[in-house]
Design a binder for this molecule. Structure first.
Ligand SMILES: N[C@@H](CCC(=O)N[C@@H](CS)C(=O)NCC(=O)O)C(=O)O
Length: 307
């Protein structure tokens, strides 16, 4: 069981039912919301992420309580959230007072706890190949971060010296497995340099090319006939990159068709997109305008491929 046994948080043990600490626009949290939806668990009420009033801690049947942690307001870098998730990232799931971190472990737990068609296959050979593909997606997490921070956030998400110091203090008492300290230190000083953007955009392009080739045999999902955790991880990456102006339909058409099958699923529409549509439209409009002026991510990628 991927449960965290030694939480420092006084909030976690008090929560009844399902509570998800997440952010609407964060791909890592979107993965978990998607699987919750696929398992028939719907989003219930919204409460402040650190609320502990008698009403807010109660669980409701088939509904999960949404505890949004704003990455824009840097609520993930506050002492109360760092006690819940010492890595200071979303998502985190609590089920009847027990804490689960890491989107992959959370999805595996949801399979065990709520049944339904498994996202992590039971067959050991299939499980291994599925998790290899998930691992590949995880390794590209940093690439997505470099590309999306340079393209969409620019200077907006930089930390000021006080925030940077605060992050370092929190990390000194936590785990910082996602290396937020080194990332924000470099990014807040000089942004994301062009060479890193280019290198990571190419890495993503090559990975999507490989997936596109694999899907040419006509399979419905990445691992065959059944949807799996691999589909979940990769589709959320694509969602974010489309927002940045990456033209999948043009560059990886078979992969794009598979992605459309994911988008058409009710869980994608209801749990991934529902509160994310506005922001999604804003990013996509920005990308379209940039494309018209010959700027933007897709133009950058075309130049890189041509060299
Ligand atoms: N390995 C973690 C990664 C979680 C992660 O990096 N989450 C991002 C959002 S996709 C985050 O919270 N970032 C906070 C920040 O950049 O300040 C998981 O899969 O759960």
């Amino acid at each position: 069981m991927p449960q965290v046994n030694d939480t420092l948080s006084t909030i976690v043990p008090r929560l009844e039912g399902l509570h998800l600490f997440h952010f609407d626009g964060a791909p890592c949290a979107q993965r978990v919301r998607f699987v919750l939806g696929e398992k028939g668990l719907r989003r219930g009420r919204e409460v402040k992420f650190d609320a502990v009033s008698a009403d807010s801690i109660q669980g409701k049947d088939s509904l999960w309580t949404s505890r949004s942690v704003s990455l824009i307001k840097k609520e993930n870098m506050t002492p109360s959230y760092a006690q819940i998730n010492p890595n200071m990232v979303v998502p985190a799931l609590v089920h009847d007072g027990r804490l689960y971190l890491e989107s992959m472990d959370i999805i595996e737990y949801l399979d065990q706890a709520f049944g339904g068609s498994p996202f992590v296959p039971a067959d050991s050979a299939l499980r291994e190949t599925t998790l290899t593909l998930v691992q590949q997606a995880k390794e590209l997490h940093l690439s997505l971060r470099y590309v999306s921070f340079r393209w969409s956030l620019g200077r907006l998400a930089m930390l000021n010296p006080k925030e940077n110091k605060n992050l370092k203090n929190l990390a000194a008492h936590g785990d910082d497995k996602e290396n937020l300290v080194s990332f924000y230190d470099a990014y807040s000083n000089k942004g994301i340099p062009q060479h890193l953007f280019d290198e990571h955009l190419l890495k993503l392009y090559q990975a999507f090319n490989d997936l596109n080739s694999q899907l040419r045999d006509g399979r419905t999902f990445l691992m065959g006939d059944a949807i799996s955790i691999a589909d979940v991880f990769w589709s959320m990456k694509i969602l974010r990159l489309i927002e940045c102006g990456y033209l999948f339909a043009e560059l990886h058409p078979t992969l794009y068709q598979w992605y459309q099958r994911m988008v058409a699923r009710p869980a994608f529409q209801n749990e991934v997109m529902v509160n994310n549509r506005m922001l999604n439209r804003v990013w996509r409009s920005k990308a379209t305008i940039e494309r018209i002026f010959g700027l933007g991510l897709n133009n950058a990628l075309h130049k890189l491929i041509a060299t």
